[in-house]
Write a protein that binds this ligand. Structure first.
Ligand SMILES: Nc1ncnc2c1ncn2[C@@H]1O[C@H](COP(=O)(O)OP(=O)(O)OP(=O)(O)O)[C@@H](O)[C@H]1O
Ligand SMILES: [Mg+2]
Length: 249
C-alpha cells in the first residue's frame, strides 16, 4: 500500500527546473532511500513532501503529492500536514532549551499541556529514539550539551513526539561517527514497522543496509526506482549502473 504518491511533480526555483515530472510511490511501513549525486534534487523532493518549499521565495510547484488520498497542496492545512509528516535534518538542530522542553515543544504546540501526559510523551519518544537511558537523569539540562549523535537522536525523538505517520530524514547520519550512525540505522529499522520513512543518503552501503526501496535521481529526474536489492543487483538503466558502480561522471 502506498502512503504517499508523487504524481507528475515539477518544481522550479525561479527559472531553474529542479525537479522534472517526478512520479513516485512511497510505501507505508517501510524505508525508501533517495540516492544520487549532489545537486540532483533529493532534498528538494524530500522538502516537497511536507511543503517545506512553501517558505522558499520564487519556488513554484506543479503536480500532486497525495498523502492518504489527500493532495497536500490542496486539501490539507499546513498544521495537520506537519503533524502527519515529521522531518529530521542533516545537521542536528536542537532548540536552545532543555532536553525535556525540546521533546515537549511539538505536543505543546498541538495543545497538550498536562504534565503527566507530557512526561509520558517525553519518556516514550526518548525510548523510541534509543536515547532515554543516556539522558533520563538530565532532562532539565540544556540539549546543547549533548554530543552530536545524541543531538541527532534527540531530533528524531522530537519528530516522533507528535506521532507522525511519515518521517522524512535528510542525510541524518552524515555528520556522525560510525557508532552513532549504526545506532540511528538500527533505530530507523525498528521504526519502519510503524512509520513510512524516506531517507536521503549519500552512502550507498547505508541504502543497501536499511532501505526496502531505492530511488535514484540525476539532474532533477527520477532515473529509476525499485526494490533496493533489485536496484543494486540488476539496475535497469545504464545511468543507475554507472552511478552505483562508481563509474559516474
Ligand atoms: N532555495 C533554492 N533556490 C535556488 N536553487 C536551489 C534552492 N535549493 C536548491 N536549489 C538548487 O536545486 C538543485 C537541487 O538541490 P538539492 O538541494 O535538492 O540537491 P541534493 O540532491 O539534495 O544535493 P546534496 O546531495 O548536495 O544535498 C541544485 O542545483 C540546487 O542548487
Ligand atoms: Mg541535499
Amino acid at each position: 500500500m502506498s502512503k504517499l504518491i508523487v504524481d507528475n511533480l515539477d518544481l522550479y526555483y525561479g527559472d531553474f527546473h529542479a525537479l522534472k515530472s517526478i512520479d513516485l510511490e512511497i510505501p507505508a511501513n517501510g524505508i525508501t532511500a533517495f540516492i544520487g549525486p549532489s545537486g540532483c534534487g533529493k532534498s528538494t523532493l524530500l522538502k516537497s513532501l511536507n511543503r517545506m518549499n512553501d517558505l522558499v521565495k520564487d519556488c513554484r510547484i506543479t503536480g500532486k503529492v497525495i498523502l492518504d488520498d489527500e493532495d497536500i497542496y490542496q486539501d490539507i492545512d499546513i498544521n495537520r500536514l506537519r503533524k502527519k509528516v515529521g522531518m529530521v535534518f542533516q545537521k542536528p538542530n536542537p532548540f536552545p532549551m532543555s532536553i525535556y522542553d525540546n521533546i515537549a515543544f511539538g505536543p505543546r504546540t498541538h495543545g497538550i499541556h498536562a504534565k503527566a501526559q507530557l512526561d509520558e510523551i517525553v519518556e516514550r519518544s526518548l525510548k523510541q529514539a534509543a536515547l532515554w537511558d543516556e539522558v533520563k537523569d538530565r532532562l532539565t539540562k540544556s540539549a546543547m550539551g549533548l554530543s552530536g549523535g545524541q543531538q541527532q537522536r534527540l531530533c528524531i525523538a522530537r519528530a516522533l513526539a507528535i506521532e507522525p505517520e511519515v518521517l522524512l530524514m535528510d542525510e541524518p547520519t552524515s555528520a556522525l561517527d560510525p557508532i552513532s550512525t549504526s545506532k540511528i540505522e538500527d533505530l530507523v529499522i525498528a521504526l519502519k514497522e510503524k512509520y513510512s520513512i524516506v531517507m536521503v543518503t549519500h552512502n550507498m552501503q547505508q541504502a543497501v543496509r536499511i532501505s526496502d526501496k531505492t530511488a535514484f535521481f540525476l539532474m532533477g529526474e527520477l532515473v529509476e526506482c525499485n526494490q533496493t536489492s533489485q536496484l543494486f543487483s540488476l539496475p535497469q538503466d545504464e545511468r543507475t549502473e554507472n552511478y552505483i558502480t562508481g563509474r559516474f561522471g
